[in-house]
Design a protein around this ligand. Sequence first.
Ligand code: ADP
Length: 740
Amino acid sequence: MSRRRSLTIQSIRGVVYLLLVIAIFPAMLAHIVQNYRAFQAAQDEAIEDNAEFAQSVATAMQTYINELRHTQQAFGDTLIALPPAPRGKLNVLLAHMAGENPTWRGVCWLNPAGEVLAASRPEMIGCSLRDRTYFRTVATGAAPWAISNLYRDPITGAPTFAVAQSVLDEKNSLRGVCLVLVDPQRLDAVFTFRQPPGAAFVLIDRGGMLVYREPKLTVEWKRRQMLARWPTLKRALQGKDVTGTMSGMDGVRRIFAGTPITSLGWAVVAGDPEQAVMAPARQQFLRDIIFFVLLCITAFFVGLIVSRFLTRPLGLLREYTHHVAHGELDRRVVIGGPAELAELAVALNGMTAELQEHTSALDLERKHANALAAHETRYAATLRVLIETVPAGIIECDREGNIILLNPMAVEMLGEEAIGGNVFGPMPGFAFYRADGTPFPLPEMPLPRALSEGTVTRDLEYRMDRPGGRETILLTSSGPMCDDAGNVIGAVAVFQDITPLHQLQEERELFIHTISHDLRLPLSIIQGHAQVMEEELVETPNGQTLKSGVKAILRSTSRMNVMIQDLVDSARLAGHMLELHTEPVELRPYLDNLLQRAATGLEVAHVRLEVSDDLPPVCADYARLERIMMNLLSNALKYSSLEAPVTISARREGDEVVISVTDRGSGIAPEDLPNIFARFYRARGARHTEGIGLGLYITRLLVEAHAVPSADGKGTVGGRIWVESRPGVGSTFSFTLPLA
Ligand code: ADP
């Protein structure tokens, strides 16, 4: 990743530099070519100047030699035209001539045999020069004049060259030779023209010896041999123009041009210091180099800035994506640089924000899922413990009816052999009977029905005969288990052994029967006899006392009867053995009639009825409603003073009718109100009055038995009872009945 990034950045940098190089390179090339041309031009110009200069030197030298020869010729012609002069005079004349020519080292007059007859320098007189090449050349008539190469003067040892001129008479016979010895050091008198600054020239004899140099240099004899170090010179001495570059005697490198002095067989080479010639071009070149170096440095920094401008955002983006990839989703990146990259950064920020949102949502979901899983684990554990410990048998079977789970209680009830059985198959030794005693066919039992029909069974009671002859009454609920698509994938049944409950119920039946029959029988005998006695009793002085005693017996037996009835009823109601026979009841006539009948046993004189005639009929059990009303009315009268009014009212509220009994009696303390409808509950203030605390309990059960499901199926209509009471003010007992 990092390598790829660095390569990308490198390549961007490379491309930027390449572009800069492409832009700079042609200009650089053009400048190099231009500089090369400038060098060439400077060199050519220098060569041309030097060639011209050398030519001037050559011309000056030639002119000098020519003039010198004329002087010699004139002297010789004069000498031979005049009568022979004494030698002494001649020597003085020659010395005078030499003195007049600054370049001359000496001058002498030779006879045709080569002997020095007269000379400007006395030491030369008498010397024989017949073997000298220049003398032989002019003496033999090969040429009218001749010039020697540079040689060392035999007397002074100084470098010298000689110019010999033959002197002929009218008959062309050689009369003598005029010889001038030239001191090359003094030739500066010949080369008087202005020399360009720095320029130098050399005069070379035909043997390659340095004759003269301007500017002057003290040169040893050995170093005067120029050919050895400068072979090109040979070509100039052969009569050709030469050019080139070389290091001069002064060690300065020069650009030179050489030209032959044809008449002498000598050559002139002039040169300018290369340094000076090339300086302007070099300076220009240097300037160009500096310019291009600066340009390259600038280009480098421009490239760096441009590439940074391009790569820095890339680097930032890369760093950003790296952080995001490591989960730092709250990061955002802000970059400059190219608009596209800035847009990319904005898009990336947006993406990250979205990712962050999704991740948070996922985190939330994961937390939720974890909580759910924990909950499910806990639920499963709870379920497992419940299944293991619940005091009821649980059977689970799969789609095919194979029993796959039996809890310990189920194993206890059905035996080990049930494990691995199938609910559709017969259970050897087991027999099942319905509540009415008829056999219970296997396919109609709860689990097979749940599997095959999806039927939910609730609280089904049936009998099971187990191997060993034990009878068990089972209360079973079962239902199918379905998948998400609603397909039955198994079934579960929960069953309870209610045999002891059954036995208890039977015992209660027996108890109720005993109370209602065996206890009431002697009571009704007492009651009957007491009534007879009441009628038979004669008015005696003591008769009144006896009669009131019999009346008390009758009242007590009647109360006991009511109490027995209450006990029986409460037992029956608690055992859900109550069966209602409901019918539409017109409340107004019903209550009128009830009051009339109650008048025999209750003080109903102050009872008021507030029931409108158009009240719709209610749905009630005639006899049970009478019991409800009698309980409430008797309580209202019992817990009020004799004159206190009692009101019975009824009003319609929606689908039901509210019936209320209001008294102005003692009322009920707030702390007693929550338990007032409980079995055997009596308020503290009522302990001295008759009663056993079953009246309101029975009343509540009877009212609740009248409840019917509401039209929308979501609740019930009727069947509610409540009390509103304030101590010392009175109480209102209200209950509801459904409309018929
Ligand atoms: P009891 O046989 O004692 O009357 P009930 O179940 O009929 O039993 O009444 C329970 C208690 O409720 C009574 O003991 C009494 O204290 C109180 N009670 C019932 N009706 C009234 C009433 N109308 N006024 C005051 N107290 C009442």
